[in-house]
Every structure is written in C-alpha cells, then in structure tokens.
Design a protein around this ligand. Structure first.
Ligand code: F6P
Length: 440
C-alpha cells in the first residue's frame, strides 16, 4: 500500500485556530503529519501490512489556503444516507466559524449539479441556512447516481473559483472524486478534493466505519423485533427480514448481533445451499421441530447465485451496480413451499423495511461521527491535502488516499470476528452444502 497523501504545495499560513503545539499546557493541540495511525495493531500471525500507517487527521498549524479568500463547495452523491445533512452542517460551521471562510456552495443533485446545462444552480450555504438541517433525513442538496463529464466538472470548479471541494459519497462517488482529482492535478489547479465516506453498506475500503451505517442497522432492528414477535405468535412461525447490503452484509450482520433474536443471517460473503440435509430448508425444518419458531435475516445481495440464470443478461444501475434479484421473495416462496411439502403447519411473515433504514436522520452516535468526519475533512482541505478521504481506523480519524480506496470494497471476512459473533449469537451452521445447484 502507498498511504502517502498528496498536497497542493507548501502550507504557508498560520491557522486561525487557537490551538497549541505544547503537550501539557491544557490547550488542545494541532496535529502534525508525523502522527501516524498504524494499519495493523494486532501483532503475531500474518504480518502483512505491519509497517503501513495512515496520516492522522486533525487541524494543522500551517494551512495552505487564505481562509478569507478561499471558496469551498460540497456535493452529495449516491444513495441517501442518514447523517448527510449533519456532515453538511458541521462542514459549513467549521469553515465559517473556525476558519472564517466567507463563501461555501452546495452543488445540487450530485455530480450532475457540476455540469453546465444540467439546470441545477448551486446554492450558497450559510450557518443560518444549515442551522437545523441535521434534524432531517436525506440531503438538502439532493443526490444522484452515475458519472458525469470530468472535464466539465473541473471547468465548473475552476470557473467558480472553488479551492476546497468536499465530496460525500460511497465507492462509486469516490471513483468520481479520484477522477476529478486526477484532472485537477493534470491541469495544475489549486483545488483540494476531499472525500467523506457516506454509505449505509459500510463497504468503503480502508475505512472501518462509514457514516450512516450505524443509524441504518439500528433502524433495521425494529423490523427484526416485529419479525420475532410475529414468529413467536404462531405455531412454527417464521419471520423473514430482508435488509439492504448489496455486496457486503454488514447491515444484516450488525443488526442481527445487536438484536440477538435472530437465528440465521445470510450475507453475500457466505454462500449457502437450499437443498440437502445440510441445506437451509432442512435447517429451518429442524429448527421449527425443536424451537417452534425461526427468525431469518437476509442481506439483499445474498444467494444471488441461486437466483440468477446464467443465460440472463446482467443489468446495471446508473452507478454501475448490478441490479439484484429479490432474494427475500425467493426465500419466502421456497421456505413456504418446502414446509408445505413436508406437511409442516407454519406461518411465514416477510418484512422488507427497504429504504426506511436509510431515510432517517443520524442517531446520536452517528451524529457525533458525522460532525467529526466533517471537521476532519475541512482541516485536511484547508491545509492543502488533496486526493484523499477522511476515514476511521483503529478508532482514530485518518487521511486515506483515494487511489487506494477506489475499485476495492470492504466485505465481511468469513473467518473474522464479526462473522464469528454472528455464528455464536445465532447458532447457525458455519458451512452449508454441499449441494448448491438449486435454481428456480
Ligand atoms: O447506497 C447503498 C444502498 O442503500 C444499498 O444498500 C442499496 O442496495 C442501494 O443503495 C439501493 O439504492 P437505490 O435504489 O437508490 O439505487
């Protein structure tokens, strides 16, 4: 890994922040580039990455931009995510009150708002305008998916005199931010590009937690509770909950551990079989025989191999994500059909909270996280860092180069602590199989 962070040039100005450089004087300190966050804190075993470390985020004593002259801009892209307005608010407050930046724009409807002719005029953001936006879900700026013309977007930033550009989004958005940064670098423009990791899927590489994730899985718990109540209310009740999570099952896994009524979690990272003695259907039958109810949580990207006919064309959305088949409805049909065939009286209740888990405002812990990320992003941009996103690693805020993040994704390690916690909490089998041939 190359975790070095690019910058726009020498940071020639003193920061206006009234912080200290002396430890022990009871005044909060500036952070230096020498302060590092280790990639690997567990020693022994496999030592790959042991020498790698991230730059620690935080306010720098020397800054690149003249706060009175620089213009900042914010854009929000991709799927809606709790906490987006909280990040916007905290960034505006930090820029305005801590640094004294006079002009902050918000681009409308994602990257589309940077393209002339889109018809979406940027809005000027002020503390008054953003004052209470953290109470609302969604994004006050609007969002969109999909790439736009990179040259045209950089023209817009240049023509508007933007120096600090904050980009809120997931992996597709970070790919866009990396391309914008590349074009800015090619043209030699003094524009800092700083990403803020926004996705309920929690799947951004080299970032241990993205904002919105915690709120989303906390809301998912309500669906699990209802599924459990329904399942317990009937003889052989089955509560089946489908949750978002395209290629990473973090929402399903975390919600299930947080609400330990769940007996089975299915995620994209761990294939499962339906048929045979070691298949899912036989497992559910045994579970009903012994416990008379079962609660199942399935991530939307799980079991796609069972649903997708090889001859079928793969469709993608505007962000290039494969359009998924509905694994929830598929399991509902297959479980009911199996239990009927086996003569098991049962009652299956299917719950899909869908977009409900991502349209709420951030919960308190997520809010703290959102505001901290926003401030770290502003500090990084003001001192001229660029081509990076702010992240969290080993519970420390970090600077992560965009080039190391794009094209990769965090997924649950089936041999890691999170999945072990799922297995221990649910008591489900660690392995399914061997038959994975069923397709209907
Ligand atoms: O952005 C993450 C996410 O919420 C995924 O969990 C989900 O698969 C996807 O977005 C759905 O988004 P949309 O329907 O807006 O494209």
């Amino acid at each position: 890994m190359d975790l070095r962070i690019a910058d726009l040039g020498p940071a020639g100005r003193r920061s206006p922040l009234a912080l200290s450089t002396v430890r022990g004087d009871r005044v909060c300190n500036f952070v230096t580039d020498d302060e590092r966050v280790l990639y690997r804190v567990v020693t022994g075993g496999e030592l790959a990455g042991v020498d790698d470390s991230f730059e620690r985020a935080g306010p720098r004593e020397r800054i690149y931009f003249d706060p009175k002259a620089v213009r900042a801009a914010i854009v929000t892209c991709g799927g809606l995510c709790p906490g987006t307005n909280t990040v916007i608010r905290a960034a505006v407050m930090e820029l305005c009150y801590s640094y004294g930046v006079p002009t902050i724009y918000g681009f409308r409807y994602g990257f589309a708002g940077l393209v002339p002719g889109s018809g979406y005029e940027p809005v000027e953001l002020s503390p008054e305008l953003v004052d209470d936006i953290h109470h609302r879900g969604g994004t006050i700026l609007g969002s969109s998916r999909g790439p736009q013309d990179v040259g045209a977007m950089v023209d817009t930033l240049k023509n508007m005199g933007i120096g600090l550009f904050l980009v809120l989004g997931g992996d597709g958005t970070m790919r866009g931010a990396e391309e914008i940064y590349g074009e800015i670098e090619r043209r030699g423009l003094p524009i800092s590009v700083i990403g803020v990791p926004k996705t309920i899927d929690n799947d951004i590489h080299l970032v241990e937690k993205t904002f919105g994730f915690e709120t989303a899985f906390s809301i998912a718990i309500q669906a699990i509770r209802s599924a459990h109540t329904e399942a317990k209310g009937y003889l052989n009740g089955v509560g089946l909950v489908r949750l978002m999570g395209r290629q990473s099952g973090y929402i399903a896994a975390s919600a299930a551990i947080a609400e330990p009524d769940v007996n089975l979690v299915l995620v994209p990272e761990v294939p499962f079989a339906l048929d045979g003695a070691r298949g899912l259907l036989a497992w559910i039958e045994r579970r009903l025989e012994t416990r008379r109810h079962a609660v199942i949580v399935v991530a939307e990207g799980a079991g796609q191999d069972l649903l997708h006919e090889e001859t079928e064309a793969i469709e993608v959305d505007a962000s290039g994500n494969v359009r998924l088949r509905d694994v929830g409805q598929f399991l509902k049909r297959r479980i009911s059909a199996h239990l009927e065939t086996r003569g098991v009286t049962h009652s299956l209740k299917y719950i899909d909270p869908s977009y409900m888990i991502r349209t709420a405002p951030a919960n308190p812990n997520d809010s703290i996280f959102c505001s901290s990320l926003a401030r770290a992003a502003v500090h990084a941009g003001m001192c001229g860092k660029t081509g990076m996103l702010v992240g969290l690693w080993n519970n420390q805020f970090t600077h992560v180069p965009l080039r190391e993040v794009v094209g990769r994704r965090n997924t649950i390690d089936p041999e890691g602590d999170l999945w072990l916690a799922v297995l221990e909490s649910t008591g489900q089998p660690a392995e399914w199989g061997p038959s994975r041939t069923t397709r209907r």
